[in-house]
Design a protein around this ligand. Structure first.
Ligand SMILES: *Cc1c(COP(=O)(O)O)cnc(C)c1O
Length: 414
């Protein structure tokens, strides 16, 4: 289908009938009459998870009690879940571990990178990155006597020079959906002797990520977005194996010790990725994540990416076809290759417009000050959802349905 064709709803139904990933939708428990375009914020729940929790809670916790750390194999869950994620991001099984939150993992790898590149003092970042990435970098800079330098995304390559100890970027921007060329930027960073940290929050689970092909040094990411790990599920951290021996991360907790159960007085880091651990794992969160990740067993991430791109391209085509002159602008790259798995539009009353959409069961989200965000989780979004979303959006804009007090009043989580 080319950009000049006027699409109909039937075209979208036909794409669903031909979709090789269509069957994945049945593996999720989604509410009826809802179009969920916010899987980039909180992924949907895989339908088998409650049954797994029933076992974890009643059998393993209630009756197994402390024996379950061994008998139910609780203890190695961070490594097991890490190995499952490793397959999706071109990492070795032993290079990824699940621990803590993205914010905390960023803190660990940024300090570690500065300690490896100890003659340099600059953390290079991007303006417009997700706030926690910038806040954590600032905290690290203050603690280590370094400097955070933030430049616009298109200036990153030019800003890479021999002052830079570590470049810290987010692969897909949370607001615009813009995607960096990971291989090209990592290569340039290495040419000037900088280490690289990639935040994969908006890419893991939505597209193949090529960490080792690009020779990335460190990566972090959350698991509650496209990986569907559940609210607040723990994050992951990737360290390239070549750095294991030199990673001196600052949160020297007992689970990162070479022999935690020797209860030694002195800290000795574990020789492997386990040194990225800090304290006792949020075990229920990790076990839930591990169950959720089974959806990705044997999946072809290239198919996932192809569908994600197609959904985005069609959204843009329908934007062109149906939303002109209605006060909305496209705020994501038109070119699928330059985009992650979301489209952002801007509107003066974006908050109220999104509330009116949610009132109709079409759930996207709002990002201050004026962004309407629509995320496409390819495993459970149908093509027809894109059509129905745009048709509703047009009605809401044309008829100013958003202009009601109940839609204009801000809630605490936006
Ligand atoms: C979602 C997201 C985070 C979340 O960090 P938490 O520590 O899990 O709250 C961080 N960075 C980016 C780029 C994100 O999109």
């Amino acid at each position: 289908m080319s950009g000049s064709v006027a699409y109909t709803r039937e075209d979208f139904l036909r794409l669903d009938a031909e979709d090789q990933l269509a069957a994945y939708r049945d593996r999720f428990d989604l509410p009826a009459n809802t179009i969920y375009l916010d899987g980039n914020s909180l992924g949907a729940m895989p339908a088998h998870v409650p049954e797994r929790f029933e076992r974890i809670l009643k059998k393993e916790w209630a009756h197994g009690l402390i024996r379950s750390w061994n008998d139910a194999d609780w203890y190695p869950a961070p490594q097991r879940a890490g190995a499952k994620i490793a397959k999706l991001i071109d990492a070795k099984n032993n290079e990824v571990i699940v621990a803590d939150s993205t914010s905390i993992n960023l803190f660990k790898v940024l300090v570690a990178a500065l300690r490896i590149n100890k003659d340099r003092k600059v953390i290079l970042g991007e303006r417009g990155n997700f706030p926690t990435d910038v806040y954590i970098a600032s905290g690290v800079a203050e603690l280590t006597g370094s400097e955070v330098r933030c430049v616009d995304p298109e200036e990153v390559l030019d800003a890479l020079n021999e002052d830079v100890a570590v470049l810290s970027l987010t692969h897909v921007n949370y607001k615009s959906g813009r995607r960096y060329d990971m291989a090209k930027i990592t290569k340039r960073a290495h040419e000037v002797g900088a280490l690289v940290v990639w935040d994969l929050c908006h890419s893991v689970g939505a597209m193949p990520v090529e960490l080792n092909a690009a020779q990335v040094d460190f990566a972090v990411g959350c698991t509650y977005k496209y990986l569907n790990g559940g609210p607040g599920s723990p994050a992951f951290v990737f360290v390239a194996e070549r750095h294991f021996a030199n990673v001196d991360q600052p949160l020297t907790g007992w689970h990162g010790h070479a022999k935690p159960f020797d209860f030694d007085h002195d800290y000795r880091p574990h020789p492997t990725i386990d040194r990225m651990l800090v304290g006792t794992a949020p075990q229920l969160g990790i076990l839930g994540l591990e169950a959720s990740l089974e959806v990705f067993d044997n999946i072809d991430m290239n198919l996932v990416r192809a569908k994600s791109k197609a959904l985005g391209d069609l959204f843009v085509a329908l934007f062109d076809q149906h939303l002109q002159g209605l006060g909305v602008e496209l705020r994501s790259p038109r070119e699928g290759e330059e985009r992650g798995s979301q489209i952002s539009l801007s509107h003066e009353q974006a908050y109220a417009v999104m509330q009116a959409m949610i009132d109709r069961g079409i759930i996207g989200d709002f990002r201050a000050p004026d962004i309407l965000r629509f995320g496409f989780a390819p495993l459970y979004i149908r093509y027809v959802d894109i059509w129905d979303c745009i048709v509703s959006l047009r009605e809401i804009l044309e008829q100013r349905i958003w202009d009601r007090p109940e839609f204009l009043a801000r809630k605490s989580v936006t």
